[in-house]
Design a protein around this ligand. Structure first.
Ligand SMILES: Nc1nc2c(c(=O)[nH]1)N[C@H]1C(S)=C(S)[C@@H](COP(=O)(O)OP(=O)(O)OC[C@H]3O[C@@H](n4cnc5c(=O)[nH]c(N)nc54)[C@H](O)[C@@H]3O)O[C@H]1N2
Ligand SMILES: Nc1nc2c(c(=O)[nH]1)N[C@H]1C(S)=C(S)[C@@H](COP(=O)(O)OP(=O)(O)OC[C@H]3O[C@@H](n4cnc5c(=O)[nH]c(N)nc54)[C@H](O)[C@@H]3O)O[C@H]1N2
Ligand SMILES: [Mo]
Length: 888
């Protein structure tokens, strides 16, 4: 529709407001109570404009209408008066907040509004500085309610409210009491939307002008939030979600937003270390790289397969590309792997077997058009908080939600149906849901006919998975299974999201495949209509580490090491031979070390002693291996056990790219320089190769990605240049003209026959079983406040949010054992012991326990077993039989 703004014709779509129309005319209004992402309340009156013939109207809440004539400039005085009346209720320091951190100060400067001299000071309402990151100055609060709404509508936490009356209205945690004890999850959205600086973050630097802003991608989890990092004198002032960020849409979580203090931790490594007479001793870079190069040269010349490298899903694509090139081209071995092995390797293998490619099928934004979500074995509220918030928003907007998780997670509490299978029984549950889809006539037979194979065999298997039998195996009531299947089956556009509760099992790959069957039966993937099957990949760059070929059987771009055509390309470009035998997986590397065959292990950014299962046997492997090299930021348990330690740069300090969980290549840019003495993994690999007389080529990260693109058809069109110019690109992106492929398999699946292959896999019991000696099932997984080994988050204010690891137990079990909240207990498994305090919660079922693994001192991974997925070697972290006894 068309209307006139200050004499100028503008055109806006239907549904637009006058604020949109004013924006379309290139004018800006103050909007202190308005944020485009939130419902409109129109309470501050600072956006008043004049409509000819109608008078003043709040632009934010007034619908644009065809033919309206609106005066903006002529109504300036009304807005000035509104601003003046707001300022009259505030102390003068409200206008001293730096303009780049206060919309109010900015608008007042623009409108010439100042505090009126001599006016009485408003009553003081005081500060709340209890929280490690967010602070509240109640005297600057104008009760606009933006923080309250963003907490509810974007974050989904409902932690805040407005209290008091009239001029005394102020934001407060809904629980009463100090902020630190509230339900706040520290996402920072309230600070980001606050227009006055009433909510801000701690740190003196924040009072100074920002010197530089760097747009980068978060280095914690696989969501891949776009962040804007403000710096001054090579120090980080704030990290905020970038406006318009492609995945996160201006939102973030406590880790990306606040947990960057580890960069300047006093115990950050800045000097290489070499073990001399049993002790790690500081060395120069020349000594350390020279020593490693000499030892690796000996191994290369005698038995190249005596060398292995664990590459890092924390590091960039370009670093992973170099790490696998180092293993293959310099050392002559395919012994290279990354932590996808411990995490979503069953997704890579399972999804590729079913659909053709080893990534999630749909872009995350497809969630917006989904009317049902099946969330399985994932707790995104804690592990992928921005995804968790967006799923919760969809549910609040009316989408149905089925959660499959033994624990009552936040989203499980809000689900239409929560299925709580006994850990390790997923395959029975998925086959049971498939059985019901077929029985209820909800299978899309046209789709199955046109696009899949194996339906007939699957029908044969599914006969055995009646709801009653599945209920017996899994403990999930038959009626709940039926309700869940109907929600998924009857939805117009259902989506599946899943996590480690599916993959980290003896039958993890079967789990992925039988879960994928549901999407195929329903025709809700690829050429069908739904939201597909989407693994919530874990690490910031675990997708990328695998994409780059840091895998023992695959070259960059998922090309088989045995594939002659691919080999020819690599041999020509690299100008070296290429080993043909697939290499060792991480657990096989340790086994090879224990048996004396592995002579050197280079661990780049993985704390194997803290995070790999059955840590007693990992330690035996490191002890047995004659040369362990470790690149890390800190003296992690693994670094402590190494023979050479290289101090390296972190994600905020380097250039490159990551690939997030929905296959998006995104740029990572250095916001600050690394501390003196630390170098990037990229530089370390180059230096060692050069001393071994090899040239890895690819002088810069941009050149490394270019070389990878020239060798891997899936990424052929991706370059730093394009990412800088166009923003994120989803692979496959096969040419410089390709816009990337957010949604896979639009026409056909990527298998050789173009069909998706339904998996006909029976339920088989898990590896660990309870018995009289070990009667409890321990599940391990994530806490929101800490990240994996905790090496970063424990060195930040997050430690104040969660200071130690606990084991969760339900009230009945605790009472039966005579235990109370906070008691110390010893957990024992067939593999080791751990001492922790208990947390009593009905999140866990009777007979089950839950612990995180973010505090290595709690030695949770000495409990976990070496049972692993039969196809991929992914550990069965999700269930361990344990006993529990009081330590008092
Ligand atoms: N805050 C934080 N965020 C993280 C991480 C972190 O350490 N901290 N780590 C990152 C990494 S590397 C990863 S891989 C992701 C992981 O993210 P998620 O996969 O969401 O993480 P988990 O908490 O390990 O496991 C998810 C859920 O699986 C459930 N589960 C256990 N066994 C079963 C089962 O047999 N069946 C079913 N259906 N469910 C089961 C658990 O109860 C748990 O709620 O998170 C990433 N994000
Ligand atoms: N019990 C149990 N154990 C688990 C899991 C579970 O669910 N239960 N989950 C498993 C999963 S899914 C995963 S992915 C693993 C994760 O396990 P890890 O990969 O070991 O854990 P992180 O703490 O993410 O990172 C490892 C190390 O990398 C360092 N680092 C960070 N950035 C960089 C960098 O840029 N370069 C280098 N060289 N180092 C860097 C950190 O300081 C840290 O010491 O844990 C696994 N362990
Ligand atoms: Mo992971």
């Amino acid at each position: 529709m068309r209307l006139v703004i200050d004499g100028r014709q503008v055109e806006v779509p239907s549904g637009a407001t006058l604020l949109d129309a004013v924006g379309a005319a290139g004018l800006v209004l103050p909007t202190l109570c308005h944020d485009d992402r939130l419902t409109t309340v129109a309470s501050c009156r600072t956006c008043l404009v004049d409509i000819t013939g109608r008078g003043p109207a709040a632009a934010c809440s007034t619908p644009a209408e065809e033919g309206l004539n609106v005066s903006v400039n002529a109504s300036r005085q009304m807005r000035r008066d509104a601003l003046q009346s707001i300022v009259a209720g505030l102390p003068p320091r409200a206008l001293e907040v730096p303009a780049d951190r206060s919309e109010l100060a900015r608008q007042c400067a623009d409108y010439g509004v100042a505090a009126i001299p001599g006016s009485p000071a408003p009553p003081e309402r005081g500060l709340d500085h209890s929280h490690p990151y967010v602070k509240l100055d109640r005297d600057l609060c104008i009760a606009c309610g933006r923080c309250v709404r963003v907490c509810a509508e974007v974050q989904g936490t409902f932690a805040l409210t407005l209290v008091g009356r009239g001029a005394n209205t102020v934001v407060a945690p809904g629980t009463g009491g100090p902020w630190a004890e509230s339900d706040c999850v520290s996402c920072g959205a309230c600070v980001d939307t606050c227009p006055t600086g009433a909510l801000s973050e701690h740190g003196l630097l924040n009072l100074l002008p920002i010197e530089r802003r760097t747009l980068t991608t978060c280095g914690y989890c696989g969501v891949g939030c776009s962040l804007e990092v403000s710096t001054r004198d090579n120090e980080i002032m704030t990290v905020r979600p970038a406006t318009g960020g492609s995945v996160n849409r201006g939102h973030a979580c406590v880790k990306g937003r606040f947990a960057h203090g580890f960069l300047g931790a006093a115990d950050r490594l800045t000097t290489p270390l070499i073990r001399k007479n049993g002790t790690l001793t500081p060395a120069t870079w020349d000594e350390a790289t020279g020593y490693v190069a000499a030892r690796l040269t000996e191994i290369r010349n005698s038995a190249p397969d005596g060398f292995a490298v664990v590459s890092s899903a924390r590091a960039t694509n370009e670093e992973n590309y170099l790490a696998q090139k180092f293993a293959r081209a310099v050392m002559g071995t395919n012994n290279v792997d990354n932590c996808a092995r411990l995490c979503h390797s069953p997704s890579a293998v399972g999804l590729a077997a079913t659909f053709g490619l080893g990534g999630g099928t749909n872009p995350f934004d497809d969630l917006d058009r989904c009317d049902a979500v099946l969330l399985v074995g994932a707790n995104p509220t804690a592990a992928h908080p921005v995804v968790g918030s967006r799923i919760f928003q969809r549910v609040m907007d009316g989408a149905r939600l089925v959660v499959v998780d033994p624990r009552r997670t936040f989203l499980a509490r809000h689900a239409d149906v929560h299925l709580r299978p006994r850990p390790g029984t997923n395959v029975a549950v998925f086959n049971g849901l498939s059985h019901i889809l077929v029985r209820q006539g909800l299978a899309d037979t046209d789709f199955l006919e046109a696009h899949t194979s194996g339906y007939g065999e699957l029908l044969g298997l599914l006969g055995d998975y009646t709801p009653e039998r599945v209920a017996e195996i899994s403990g999930v009531p038959a009626d709940d299974l039926i309700r869940a299947a109907l929600i998924y089956g009857q939805a117009r556009s259902p989506a599946i999201f899943y996590g480690l509760g599916v993959t980290e099992h003896l039958h993890g790959t079967d789990g992925v495949r039988t879960l994928s069957n549901l999407a195929l039966l329903r025709g809700a993937v690829g050429p069908g209509t739904g939201g597909g099957v989407n693994p919530l990949r874990g690490q910031n760059n675990v997708q990328g580490a695998s994409d780059m070929g840091a895998l023992p059987d695959l070259l960059p771009g998922y090309q088989q090491v045995k594939d002659p055509a691919a080999r020819t390309r690599f041999v020509q470009t690299w100008q070296t031979g290429l080993p043909t035998r697939p290499g060792l997986r991480i657990p096989q590397m340790f086994a090879s070390a224990r048996s004396g065959e592995l002579k050197a292990l280079w661990v780049i950014g993985e704390d194997v002693l803290a995070t790999d299962p059955d840590s007693t046997s990992v330690r035996a492997a490191l002890d047995a291996c004659p040369l362990v090299i470790c690149n890390d930021l800190f003296l992690s348990p693994t670094a402590t056990a190494a023979d050479v330690v290289f101090p390296v740069a972190a994600w905020l300090e380097k250039e490159g790219t990551f690939v997030n969980f929905d296959r998006r290549f995104q740029r990572v840019r250095s916001a600050v320089a690394p501390p003196d003495g630390a170098r990037s993994d990229f530089a370390v690999l180059h230096a060692v190769a050069a001393l071994m007389g090899a040239d890895l080529g690819c002088a810069t990260p941009a050149e490394a990605l270019a070389e990878c693109a020239s060798l891997a058809p899936l990424f052929a069109g991706i370059s730093h240049h394009r990412l800088d110019r166009e923003g994120p690109l989803h692979w496959p992106c096969e040419s410089a003209e390709s816009p990337g492929t957010p949604r896979l398999y639009q026409d056909r699946f990527a298998t050789p026959d173009g069909l998706a292959h339904l998996a006909v896999r029976p339920y088989l019991p898990p590896g660990e079983q309870c018995d009289a000696a070990f009667p409890y099932l321990l599940i391990t997984g994530r806490r929101e406040e800490h990240y994996n080994s905790g090496s970063m988050t424990r060195r930040t204010g997050n430690l104040r949010l969660l200071a130690e690891e606990t084991v969760d137990i339900c009230p009945g079990d605790a009472a039966g054992l005579g235990l109370a909240e906070g008691d110390r207990v010893e957990l024992s498994s067939r593999h080791g012991t751990a001492v922790l305090r208990i947390r009593v919660t009905d999140d866990v079922e009777p007979g089950q326990l839950f612990a995180g693994f973010h505090f290595p001192d709690a030695t949770v991974n000495s409990l976990t077993s070496s049972v692993e997925d039969e196809f991929t070697g992914c550990p069965e972290y999700k269930l361990t039989a344990v006993s529990i006894s009081s330590c008092s």
